[in-house]
Design a protein around this ligand. Sequence first.
Ligand SMILES: Nc1nc(=O)c2c([nH]1)NC[C@@H]1CN(c3ccc(C(=O)N[C@@H](CCC(=O)O)C(=O)O)cc3)C=[N+]21
Length: 283
Amino acid sequence: MTAQLIDGIALSKTLRADVAARAAALPRRPGLAVILVGEDPASAVYVRNKVKACAESGLHSVFEKYDADFAEAALLARIAALNTDPAIDGILVQMPLPRHIDAQKVIAAISPDKDVDGFSVQSAGELASGLPGLRPCTPFGCMKLIESTGQNLKGKHAVVIGRSNTVGKPMALLLLQANATVTVCHSATADLAGHVRQADVVVAAVGRRNTVTAEMVKPGAIVIDVGMNRNDEGKLCGDVDFAGVREVAGWITPVPGGVGPMTITMLLVNTLQAAEKAQGLAR
Ligand SMILES: Nc1nc(=O)c2c([nH]1)NC[C@@H]1CN(c3ccc(C(=O)N[C@@H](CCC(=O)O)C(=O)O)cc3)C=[N+]21
């Protein structure tokens, strides 16, 4: 069996067209502020892609770039200004931040209404409580990729590998809300392979290549690869041994071209959602 590819670029195209149509129907264009502190080259690429994606979907965006030694207080002051800026519906501060800046403080400073990353305590609480709210973009995108297979998660066993606040934890909650039975594995899990073998859905968010191999995967499973690693040749690769696992799985996401583009797409969706709410068009 060779797995069907879940194409994050194609799905992104469809969803971004819907964002563009809904954005065009609003009295005021949705606006996203993207803040980058420091010189990390990978962050610079991601941030540029986010700004470009906004333009392509007809969203307004502003990009603010600061030197690595930008003071925490100055960053908090910028966020306070954006919180009350009526042209801005979403605020994204690119992570990781320089060590002298407390990321938790920064996240807490963003108005929950503009928390398009879904990283705030309010957004996390809404997700955990099953209330509507802004969902973290990467796991939200993974759910859309899983939904695109047409498989109902009711009665299915999902195994999430990784327990970060940005991916693993919210992923588990989203899968739970979709009626899956959920197991969360992490670095202290005794028998990772034993758990993964039980999974109808595997979401790998570890940050180490070849964490999921063909022998660990149940035939026909849905495999979602959140990993972003470099192999020995410097090529981008995920946490899953793609060549091996695609011969066993039912569906698999590629890296690149899977979760990455969907993360940006869900940022656009969240910005649109925040704008609709701000303009009295809640949905
Ligand atoms: N506040 C904050 N929010 C984030 O959402 C956030 C962040 N900080 N910090 C860094 C991570 C990483 N991230 C990615 C988004 C898209 C791709 C993406 O589009 N990847 C392409 C490949 C890009 C390439 O070729 O390098 C793909 O997978 O096809 C990757 C990574 C968002 N992040």
